[in-house]
Design a protein around this ligand. Structure first.
Ligand SMILES: *Cc1c(COP(=O)(O)O)cnc(C)c1O
Length: 427
């Protein structure tokens, strides 16, 4: 028998439920029994009580032998329901959910087949015709496109605001607002939102708050500890960390997640147990990987800031970041994402794509391998973000005509710097 997660909605292992932060920070809590590195390795994955296997197993079975009394409707699943069918719940997926919930200080977690599956399940559960959402004017592109294109067709209205100014959230909330949707640091700008300030404004109006915390990971930011109701993670990025498994997660209070689990079962965007296992394996090194990502990203950001061919560098860990004070107050790790601009971005994009030897010119982020790609402001404003003139000004203040989004990997900083410098010399 599994000691943890033996039910679809099973309770998490109490012993490891609340990790202590490994840094001596403002989030530290005396009652927490273990540090976050210990939790990343141990939470959710005790030894197999039947076989004694120390490392987690993969349960690929789609169906489970049951008793005839077990109910068959998604609506009737409760804490006592055993595993029945993998779309409803699976031991390996449940172990991943347990581990993630522990790291995010959340009561519970639902894993999905991708980050976008988690986001769309949240929208479709929280919002119905006549409802309104306040959303960051810049978010992960697919979330923006879903909100711009699909939600209005369902009778759901969306107001997009620059959430780095919490007062803009207050001004946008209406009597029918059900959700404030945040992302910090936001992709691709690396602009931050003060989660505590946003939560206090939203909660005052009785509105729930979700935070896409993919760039920060629970090592950098734990929105639930700052009062947020939901956290979204694209597990595809840092949490997996190796660029070989797509997944997503939604975390929050057990009570609130019940409706979301029904939505996950009905829309069917579940994660494969194999991907869950790979991602769980990735998580065990998340805290030490994030420390390394941060150290290397800072070294590269400092180097690029002095580089004659580079016109601007944006990294929350640099004093030149416009919200560096908020970053220091809110984040325990500045992550490995930075952006830079050059004298001639389009030419630099071609040179980087042709000439880099270590870094891959590719989308995605959070992998062990460094990745860079150019994101043109005009392209993104046309396709994903439909901004007002004022919002566009705020966008351009961070991104100019476009940015190179650089996901700094786990290679040696000196090798990454040499790879970049070799190409930039041609610019
Ligand atoms: C990648 C990403 C997503 C979407 O995740 P997928 O796993 O690709 O569906 C959502 N939010 C952010 C911030 C991301 O970087």
């Amino acid at each position: 028998m599994w000691q943890n997660g033996q039910n679809v909605n099973g309770t998490l292992g109490d012993d490891l439920k609340k990790p202590r932060s490994s840094n001596d920070s403002h989030h530290a809590d005396e009652t927490r029994p273990v540090g976050i590195r210990t939790a990343a390795v141990h939470a959710g994955t005790p030894a197999n009580g039947l076989t004694g296997a120390s490392a987690p197993d993969i349960v690929m079975s789609t169906t489970f032998v049951i008793d005839p009394s077990v109910a068959f409707s998604a609506d009737e699943i409760n804490d006592e329901t055993p595993f029945v069918y993998t779309r409803w719940g699976n031991p390996t997926i449940r172990q991943l959910e347990s581990k993630l919930a522990t790291l995010e200080s959340a009561e519970d977690c639902i894993a999905f087949g991708s980050g976008v599956a988690a986001i769309s399940a949240l929208f479709l559960t929280m919002l119905k015709a006549g409802d309104h959402m306040v959303m960051s004017d810049v978010t992960y592109a697919a979330a923006s496109e879903f909100a711009n294109q699909k939600l209005p067709a369902l009778g759901i209205s969306v107001t997009r605001v620059d959430t780095s100014d919490p007062e803009k959230i207050r001004a946008a909330i209406q009597p029918n607002t059900r959700l404030v949707y945040l992302e910090t640091p936001v992709n691709p700008l690396l602009r931050l939102t003060d989660v505590e300030a946003a939560v206090s404004i939203a909660h005052e109006a009785g509105v729930l708050v979700s935070v896409d915390s993919t760039f920060a990971t629970p090592i950098g930011l734990r929105p639930i500890e700052l009062g947020a109701d939901y956290v979204i993670q694209s597990l595809t990025k840092y949490i997996c960390g190796h660029g070989d498994a797509i997944g997503g997660a939604l975390l929050g209070r057990s009570e609130d997640l019940k409706r979301l689990r029904t939505m996950a079962i009905h829309t069917g965007g579940i994660i494969s147990p194999f991907n869950a296992w790979l991602i769980m394996r990735g998580i065990t090194t998340l805290p030490i990987r994030m420390a390394a990502h941060q150290e290397t990203a800072l070294a590269i950001a400092e180097h690029l800031e002095e580089h004659p061919k580079i016109t601007r560098v944006m990294y929350p860990g640099l004093p030149s970041h416009p919200q560096h004070d908020l970053a220091k107050r809110q984040m325990e790790n500045f992550s490995g994402m930075l952006t830079f601009q050059t004298k001639d971005n389009l030419r630099a994009a071609q040179l980087l794509s042709d000439g880099l030897e270590i870094i891959h010119y590719a989308v995605s982020l959070g992998h062990n391998r460094s990745l860079v790609c150019y994101l043109s402001t005009d392209d993104l404003l046309r396709s994903s973000f439909h901004l007002t003139a004022e919002q566009e000004q705020s966008y351009r203040a961070f991104a100019g005509e476009g940015v190179f989004r650089f996901s700094v990997g786990l290679e040696d900083a000196a090798d990454l710097i040499a790879d970049l410098d070799n190409v930039l010399a041609l610019l």
